[in-house]
Design a binder for this molecule. Structure first.
Ligand code: G3H
Ligand code: ZN
Length: 283
């Protein structure tokens, strides 16, 4: 019942809104994001980093858990299960074989020719299994799961080559966004964004979606972004709520009660984000 990102992103590009990728960490996180998507009648992408997959017991556990939840929660909106920042062909293949409907192959640290040829190999396998592929050109800054990169803007011609030669379904073109907190206001390259979007016609992906002001999100969507990744903001609201629970209730010891407020905050945050991205009522 999981679907690839292809259809949802093409519709989003056409309709000028963005589908959120929300990164998940555990059972409750997955329940929260699915609950919010169903309530908002929004398509949704569950992002799973390699670290998060490992934490949850592997890609097989994540795929089985997600599929079972979709069934028991009666989820009717389109859901993609996506490997976030996949680091190798083998890891992407493993995720697809486990049931993931989409992968990102992040070869952005390699020279462009290598990036394209390695991405192409992943695309060939993924497409043969009905899964979608996202590639990255240029480098998104900041740290995610211990992987740190400095910002470097994507080159428009390299982006075009990636889309044409590797036939990817979505393109993460680095344009100044960073993972984690921003120091001051984000400085996104909107002119470069417009150029890359018009040249490639591909659904663009904005990594580092946490902490970007609403007007910049709107502008990014207007300029071809149809997928926006959000991780840090969810982690922050979850942790604040759990910390508050522990600080205000020194009798609590039931783990389900300790983390329940965290889950509620994720549901709220995801709903609000879907409204901001314009994906509500688009399922
Ligand atoms: O791949 C995931 C993201 O790009 C999330 O970035 O943690 O800054 O929201 P973020
Ligand atoms: Zn990212």
């Amino acid at each position: 019942r999981l679907v690839s990102m292809t259809d949802m992103l093409n519709k989003a590009l056409e309709g000028k809104y963005a589908v959120g990728q929300f990164n998940i960490n555990n059972l409750e996180w997955t329940q929260a994001v699915l609950e919010a998507a169903e309530a908002e009648k929004s398509p949704v992408i569950l992002g799973v980093s390699e670290g998060a997959a490992k934490y949850m017991g592997g890609t097989k556990v994540v795929a089985a858990m997600t599929e079972a939840l979709m069934e028991t929660m009666n989820i009717t909106v389109p859901v993609a299960l996506h490997l976030d920042h996949g680091s190798s062909y083998d890891n992407c293949k493993e995720a697809i074989d486990a049931g993931f409907s989409s992968v990102m192959i992040d070869n952005s640290a390699y020279p462009i020719d290598e990036n394209i040829s390695a991405t192409k190999k992943v695309v060939e396998y993924a497409h043969s299994k009905g899964a979608s592929v996202e590639a990255e050109v240029g480098t998104v800054g900041g740290t995610e799961d211990g992987v740190t990169g400095g910002v470097s803007y994507a080159d428009a011609q390299e982006c075009l080559r990636m889309v044409k030669e590797a036939n990817v379904d979505a393109l993460a073109a680095a344009l100044g966004s960073v993972h984690g907190d921003y120091e001051g206001e984000p400085v996104l390259g909107f002119d470069e964004m417009k150029e890359i979007s018009e040249l490639t016609n591909a659904p663009l992906v904005l990594h580092g979606g946490s902490g970007i002001p609403e007007f910049q999100i709107k502008k990014a969507i207007e300029n071809g972004h149809s997928k926006i990744n959000v991780n840090t903001e969810l982690q922050q609201v979850w942790t604040a709520a759990v910390r508050e629970k522990l600080n205000s209730d020194d009798k609590v010891y039931d783990p389900r009660k300790v983390i329940a407020p965290g889950k509620e905050k994720i549901v709220e945050k995801v709903k609000e984000t879907m409204q901001r991205f314009g994906s509500s009522n688009k399922a």
